[in-house]
Design a protein around this ligand. Structure first.
Ligand SMILES: Cc1cc2nc3c(=O)[nH]c(=O)nc-3n(C[C@H](O)[C@H](O)[C@H](O)COP(=O)(O)OP(=O)(O)OC[C@H]3O[C@@H](n4cnc5c(N)ncnc54)[C@H](O)[C@@H]3O)c2cc1C
Length: 482
């Protein structure tokens, strides 16, 4: 029986940076659901937050804690900020090029709720794509794309491997260390900015198998998204656009955010999202992103990908105002891990990147901290696992061959996405959460495929977490009812 040293589920920044830290003599298998670039990492725009030097570490920590509504795990935040400088240096030493000024100095930008300019970026607004391609090129290990992980092989606090589905066949693959880097839950929501592969299947497996999830009511919505397209993934307009002069205005051109928070456009994203949501509800009109502070060439140079996407839709930049709406963006909650990325009592199971709940983000993620978290904790998980040098004693497992898709899944999936957006979105009420929960429970009893079942299990968990959290905090906002 072949046993890999490492099985990595997911080829975003978390998975690939883990791979970059594994010695070349190890046997490693990387699994990705569709093509290697079909992940959230590829679409990241704004950049990577990092302390600009040792003196900025404390400030980055306090900004992160404040944005997280003081619900973060302070130890995890400290690790992320202190080790952040090192992981960025790893990238630069390895040949990664962040944007620089003509004199060769790194260019740092500002995003909401950061008290200083500390966001590094690459390719203007193509940080994720550049970083993902850079890490991908460094990978020499075996890659399985178009492959879906459908189950874990767990016994006696060990993960022996996974079941995967590929070329219409199920197969068990065994490994000494299993690293889950499968991203967030975007596809559960009608309006979202995420890659379509990011659909919460692995969260669902964790629920089935008793691996603990945490903070699942904490779902982050991004305020500036163009949602009026037919594609499932909606066009995000980076926070950095607001940081560098983009204005949010109502249909009369008024900058109304100051009515909600004195920081206006630079308020944390949950405040901006709720303000836009509330404004639309009250006025019934559109809310726009105005780019009037940019020149045509300036915007195209600084934000080339967003510029291209908006022009393809038909907007004239910078004169046209872009109608915007909040959309689901980032899963703060996830699989609970310790400070080394280890999952619960399992000896050789790790979760890294967006799928993990390290406690770094608390109740609300500070902009551009997620790529940093993925880089720091993937490196830590590999370093820790190398020290443990854990080896399984292989035992044979059978596998669950339940059909992944059934004919009516698409219809139910779309219904679920609407329910999650309408009832488990930016503003929540116990009454609609309970109605949503009831319908999700009914759907779980229908004749459905395994992947939809896993989505429903995750949705149910999110809803129950939201019901259980009475206090409005960070990204979770609940209106009290009589
Ligand atoms: C539009 C957009 C812009 C963003 N901008 C920024 C930014 O500027 N700065 C920042 O810090 N963060 C940003 N983020 C968030 C950040 O990009 C993500 O949190 C981060 O990239 C997640 O990386 P990851 O490796 O954990 O997961 P992902 O990059 O999402 O990768 C998940 C991987 O798991 C695989 N997978 C999932 N399920 C399965 C399965 N069942 N079987 C096999 N494989 C599976 C997928 O195929 C994929 O390869 C942005 C996100 C989006 C969507």
């Amino acid at each position: 029986m072949k046993v890999y040293d490492y099985i990595i589920i997911g080829a975003g920044v978390a998975g690939l940076n883990a791979v970059a830290n594994i010695p070349e003599d190890k046997k490693v298998l990387i699994i990705t659901k569709e093509s290697s670039w079909d992940c959230n990492s590829f679409y990241a725009q704004g950049g990577i937050a990092v302390p600009i030097d040792e003196n900025d570490i404390e400030l980055h920590i306090s900004d992160t804690l404040e944005a997280g509504a003081n619900s973060c795990d302070e130890r995890a935040v400290e690790i992320m900020c202190r080790d952040g400088i090192e992981v960025i240096n790893d990238l630069i030493d390895g040949g990664f090029e962040f944007d620089k000024d003509p004199k060769g100095n790194l260019l740092y930008t500002k995003e909401a709720a950061h008290s200083t300019n500390r966001i590094l970026h690459a390719g203007g607004d193509a940080t994720g794509r550049y970083l993902h391609q850079f890490l991908l090129k460094k990978t020499n290990f075996q890659f399985l794309s178009e492959t879906t992980v459908t189950d874990f092989l767990l016994k006696d606090n060990q993960c022996y491997g996974i079941t995967l589905f590929r070329n219409n066949n199920f197969e068990n693959i065994y490994g000494n260390n299993i690293l889950i880097a499968s991203g967030g839950v975007g596809s559960l929501y009608e309006f979202n900015t995420n890659a379509k592969t990011v659909s919460a299947d692995i969260h669902g497996i964790c629920i089935e198998k008793g691996c603990e999830l945490g903070d699942m009511e904490m779902m982050q919505f991004h305020p500036t998204v163009f949602v009026k397209s037919k594609f499932a993934r909606k066009q995000l307009i980076s926070e950095a656009v607001r940081g560098e002069g983009g204005l949010i205005v109502d249909s009369e051109g008024k900058r109304f955010l100051f009515d909600y928070d004195s920081r206006g456009e630079l308020s944390p994203r949950d405040i901006v999202s709720r303000a836009i949501f509330d404004k639309k509800l009250k006025d019934g009109g559109e809310v726009y992103l105005s780019l009037e502070n940019f020149t045509k060439d300036g915007f195209a140079k600084r934000f080339p990908s967003i510029n291209r996407a908006l022009k393809d839709i038909g907007f004239k930049i910078p004169e046209d105002k872009i109608p915007i709406s909040p959309a689901f963006h980032y899963a703060i909650g996830g699989i609970k891990t310790d400070l080394n990325g280890k999952v619960g009592e399992f000896k050789n199971l790790y979760a890294i990147g967006e799928v993990a709940n390290t406690g770094v983000h608390g109740a609300n993620r500070l902009a551009s901290n997620s790529l940093l978290e993925a880089l720091v904790f993937s490196k830590r998980a590999v370093a820790y696992s190398l020290k443990q040098d854990f080896k399984i004693q292989p035992i044979k497992f059978g596998f669950d061959e339940t059909t992944l898709f059934k004919p009516k899944d698409k219809e139910y999936k779309n219904e679920l996405r609407k329910i999650m957006w309408q009832s488990v979105g930016i503003v929540r009420r116990n009454s609609s959460l309970k109605t949503a929960l009831q319908r999700v429970e009914e759907m779980l009893k229908l004749d459905i495929g395994r992947l939809l079942k896993l989505r429903l299990l995750t949705s149910k968990f999110i809803i129950e977490s939201a019901v259980g959290q009475e206090k409005s905090i960070g990204a979770h906002y609940k209106i009290k009812e009589n």
